[in-house]
Ligand binder design. Structure first.
Ligand code: HEC
Length: 135
């Protein structure tokens, strides 16, 4: 089981095939089922809560996904260095979640940055479900 997960994660992380948000959700669903036998599906509501939740970082500053991506994912965001981040919602920015390697790279960085840990497949799927629900 653990080995299967490791191999799956490896295959997934080195692949750079063009993706769609729906294809990515399928990947994360397969991963989430490996991570938890009680997986019951992704939730846009949980993704919304996850996106907006402020957490106290060990550096003493409050941070959330919305800190950079703004509280409305249809808006452009800003990095800490004030560089523009294009909108996260695929309805506004069709480039979003179309490159699995890019998505994995930024989940890796930003989950570490905000949560100080990796995101679970459940959290990633909830997050994408939330963004897809925004029209
Ligand atoms: C410190 C600023 C910052 C914070 C906080 C932040 N992000 Fe990001 N995020 C970025 C930048 C910069 C990019 C890359 C630029 C781009 O894609 O436009 C990015 C891109 C992404 C992408 C890539 C999407 C794609 O196109 O495939 C994902 C996924 C992502 N962020 C998830 C998150 C999540 C989840 C959180 C909260 C746990 C979060 N981000 C918090 C700055 C941030």
């Amino acid at each position: 089981m653990r080995n299967a997960l490791a191999i799956f994660t490896l295959l997934f992380s080195i692949s750079a095939w063009p993706a769609s948000p729906q294809a990515l959700l399928k990947q994360y669903e397969a991963q989430a089922k490996q991570e938890s036998t009680s997986f019951t599906g992704f939730s846009a509501d949980k993704g919304a809560a996850f996106f907006h939740a402020e957490r106290m970082h060990s550096d003493g500053k409050k941070v959330s996904c919305a800190t950079c991506h703004t509280s409305d994912p249809r808006n452009q965001g800003k990095t800490r260095a004030n560089k523009v981040i294009e909108a996260m919602a695929p309805s506004v920015n069709p480039q979003r979640f179309t490159d699995a390697a890019k998505t994995e790279k930024w989940f890796g960085r930003n989950c570490q940055d905000v949560l100080e840990r990796r995101c679970s497949a459940q959290e990633k799927g909830d997050y994408i479900s939330y963004l897809l629900s925004i029209k």
